[in-house]
Design a protein around this ligand. Structure first.
Ligand code: CP
Ligand code: NVA
Length: 300
């Protein structure tokens, strides 16, 4: 069975089918029995609200049994080697979903487990978030041909979003301070998987890249694990705060997205996150519907 370590792992066809199924699940929230008899591990090396609750509820609504594990009890790489944790959990569980600091640990887990491994956020990608982002965009307009302005840190959320939007034919303008761009390998991946003209991603420091965008997206300036850097980052990122003036540069029907948790007054002002065209709580809810669809897809 396939792993889901990055958004590209689904392929365009798989991505389309997960999003379509998620939209159906959103309309009909009835409990199902697709995954009866399956036990699903959800491991967290970092804090989580949306991911933990959406994944646990998703498993229950499909008839599976979720087992939630935290780093303070497992000691991944401390109490026991990463490979041995993977080998042991693989004997008990039908799917291993992990939130980790280091993406390399996910690759190692996948190497040592026969069960599918799912990325619940790493330093490089947040693919379950990207699924919810895409579903939320599609609730307003097609991703094909749309322009998403991502403002801020070229981080895990940015990487998965860029690649996912490109896979569905959209474009992403990444705007932020020099030195905090997305990794070149993800820009290249998005360009490769995107439209044949190679214009799926533009990266720059100029806020003019927000002009006329259909979606305005931002994330925290310092991700989990970057707390020591937070003060320096706050200074560098200040010109990129998404306030009402910046949001007004986008199309007049543009929507605002943020994966949450938000640091109100830092990367986004209350006026924007609470705007009538902000979709952040639909986006959070969509984490549930896409995770259900992903589980069904992986066990198909
Ligand atoms: N967006 C997201 O992944 O939220 P949590 O960190 O609360 O899971
Ligand atoms: N980029 C953020 C996303 C949190 C959901 C982080 O990694 O902390």
């Amino acid at each position: 069975m396939a792993d889901f370590l990055g958004i590209a792992d689904l392929g365009v066809k798989g991505l389309r089918s997960v999003l379509d199924l998620a939209a159906e699940f959103k309309v009909d929230r009835a409990h199902r029995s697709d995954l009866v008899g399956k036990s699903i591990g959800l491991f967290f090396e970092k804090p989580s609200t949306r991911t933990r609750v959406s994944a646990e509820v998703a498993a229950i609504e499909l008839g599976a049994h979720p087992v939630v594990l935290r780093q303070d009890e497992v000691g991944l790489g401390i109490r026991e080697s990463v490979a041995d944790v993977a080998r042991v959990l693989d004997r008990f569980l039908d799917l291993l979903a992990f939130r980790v600091f280091d993406h390399a640990n996910l690759l190692e887990i996948a190497d040592h487990a026969a069960a599918p491994v799912v990325n619940l956020l790493s330093d490089l990608e947040h693919p379950c978030q990207a699924l919810a982002d895409l579903l939320t965009i599609e609730e307003t307009r097609s991703v094909d041909g749309c322009v998403v302005a991502y403002i801020g840190d070229g981080n895990n959320v940015c990487h998965s979003l860029m690649v996912g939007v490109a896979m569905l034919g959209g474009r992403v303008h990444v705007v932020g301070p020099a030195g905090y761009e997305p990794k070149a390998q993800y820009v290249e991946m998005a360009k490769l998987l995107g439209n044949s003209t190679g214009t799926a991603v533009q990266v720059g420091t100029d806020l003019g890249l927000v002009d006329g965008a259909d979606v305005v997206y931002t994330d925290v300036w310092a991700s989990m694990g970057q707390g020591a850097d937070a003060e320096a980052r706050a200074e560098v990122f200040a010109p990129y705060q998404v306030d009402a003036d910046l949001f007004a540069m986008a199309a007049n029907n543009a929507i605002f997205l943020h994966d949450l948790p938000a640091h109100r007054g830092e990367e986004v002002t209350d006026a924007v996150i609470d705007h009538e065209r902000s979709r952040v709580f639909d986006q959070a809810e969509n984490r549930l519907h896409v995770f259900k669809a992903l589980l069904v897809h992986l066990f198909r």
